[in-house]
Design a binder for this molecule. Structure first.
Ligand SMILES: Cc1cc2nc3c(=O)[nH]c(=O)nc-3n(C[C@H](O)[C@H](O)[C@H](O)COP(=O)(O)O)c2cc1C
Length: 203
């Protein structure tokens, strides 16, 4: 278990259930071995390669809310080892996540790599930053050639993170990944087609 995760995720009730169902001793041992909140190179590379993530916030009414955010690979930028940032777009103007984090900045993220069966969970606190008064940060977070207008920068101050086991992640592939995998096959088909054409000519 990575960096500070248990101290946030294992609440009193959670620990009571672990005790009741026999897993508390193992997790208490794991907890002692982990400290700090900083991302390592492994998490930084993983985040850089993502083109989407899910973010959960909590509304004033106590209901959790989950939203999918998508963009070009790397749109969720690592600012430093304890801070991530992304540009919040002029999108559908519902402002649910932004509204929620105004009253409760605590959020949870899950980042999926289906192709490699990996997932990273992150606890963070949101800081909403004005674009005009932070041009350097805006340059860093708003990718070149961005089609939509960015309304604000969302900084995520990381509180804890952890990787989950890969077992039940069904491998899924993007069109780009499928095309890459098919490339050698397509080359081979081309070669065979040329050979067939040559053989036909020789007949
Ligand atoms: C013109 C337009 C562009 C959008 N672009 C994106 C986008 O690049 N990425 C994304 O995840 N959602 C995009 N959306 C969808 C939503 O606006 C976006 O998910 C928004 O963050 C919703 O957040 P909320 O549910 O917290 O209010 C776009 C919507 C519109 C109308």
């Amino acid at each position: 278990m990575a960096r500070n995760y248990a101290s946030v995720a294992f609440t009193k009730e959670v620990k009571a259930l672990q005790e009741r169902y026999g897993s508390r001793k193992v997790y208490a041992h794991v907890e002692q071995k982990t400290s700090g909140t900083g991302l390592t190179d492994s998490e930084k590379h993983f985040i850089q390669d993502r083109d989407s993530f899910y973010i959960a916030s909590t509304g004033e009414n106590g209901f959790p809310y989950v939203q999918h955010r998508g963009g070009k690979k790397g749109f969720l930028r690592t600012i430093d080892s304890v801070t991530l940032g992304f540009a919040d777009l002029h999108g559908n103007k519902q402002y649910i996540s932004v509204g929620n984090t105004t009253t409760n900045p605590k959020v949870s993220l899950i980042l999926m790599d289906y192709a490699h069966q990996a997932r990273l969970k992150i606890y963070a606190e949101v800081e909403t930053v004005d674009i005009d008064s932070h041009p350097d940060l805006a340059n860093l977070v708003i990718p070149e050639g961005y089609e939509s207008i960015a309304e604000r920068i969302i900084l995520l101050h990381i509180i804890a993170f952890d990787w989950n086991c890969p077992k039940y992640i069904t491998p899924r592939y993007t069109i780009e990944e499928i095309n890459e995998m098919l490339m050698p096959l397509q080359e081979h088909i081309k070669e065979l087609e040329s050979e067939v054409a040559r053989l036909k000519e020789d007949q």
